[in-house]
Ligand binder design. Structure first.
Ligand code: CDP
Length: 228
């Protein structure tokens, strides 16, 4: 049987991690897991249920009532996240969630809850997972770790275009402020801050096409597959 590896993709908000992760998963026949969707779905639950996330007990009880599942949608050829049986894949992309998700993701117990599930998903390898702490905390022994970045203005523009398609009321200022705020909180939090793992390879895709970034990453995958 062909050897399978774990590929982690970490990096700043909206730098194209999920696009590359999906490309790689498709090319290699691997499972793609969007770890950010888990933090977004937890945030949605907290907001809907008015959970005071500064209160440890409330967070603990809320997490006990949360069940997260990824289900593959053959029509979209993509996994979608279900929160307690409800497909929330589209709801969680809203800016209302993005405004709060980094605060929720900074909570120790929330991270322990998500990380335990992420580690189970990678038990059989053959997985590409993107996020903030995947190469540093979730899979510190992953065979290939990628740390992505792109110019700030390019990241803002890309995310603005995505959000504008769904909601023409969104402004570029709002998107810019949200990315700056999340990047700050994500990289300064006490638990599992965003940082490049020492053994991660850097990929700046500011001036790369989708094909070029895939090509580069596949070269890295092949070198890992031959090494192991
Ligand atoms: O798509 P984008 O890069 O903007 O964000 P995302 O992957 O959907 O993640 C949303 C938020 O979840 C991030 O800003 C982090 O606060 C949090 N997150 C995290 O803390 N750890 C992860 N492994 C993934 C996401």
């Amino acid at each position: 049987m062909a050897k399978k590896i774990i590929i982690t993709i970490d990096g700043w908000s909206s730098c194209g991690k999920s696009t590359l992760a999906k490309q790689l998963a498709k090319e290699l026949g691997y499972v793609y897991v969007d770890s950010g969707a888990m933090y977004r779905a937890i945030t949605l639950y907290f907001l809907r249920n008015h959970v005071d996330w500064t209160d440890k007990k409330e967070v603990h009880n809320a997490l006990e009532s949360i069940n997260l599942e990824f289900v593959f949608n053959p029509q979209r050829q993509a996994s979608e996240i279900f929160l307690n049986g409800e497909n929330v894949e589209f709801l969680i992309r809203d800016l209302v969630i993005a405004e709060k998700v980094s605060d929720v993701a900074a909570i120790r117990e929330v991270r322990a809850f998500a990380v335990a599930q992420q580690q189970k998903m990678g038990a059989k390898k053959g997985i590409v997972m993107d996020g903030r702490d995947i190469g540093t905390v979730v899979f510190p022994k992953a065979e290939l770790k990628i740390f992505m970045n792109a110019d700030n203005a390019v990241r803002v523009e890309r995310r603005f275009r995505e959000l504008y398609e769904k909601n023409p009321n969104v402004t570029i200022e709002e998107v810019k402020n949200n990315l700056e705020m999340r990047d700050y909180i994500d990289s300064h939090r006490e638990v599992s801050p965003l940082r490049k793992a020492d053994d991660a390879l850097e990929l700046d895709n500011t001036n790369l096409t989708h094909e070029q970034q895939l090509h580069k990453a596949l070269d890295w995958v092949n070198s890992r597959l031959h090494k192991a």
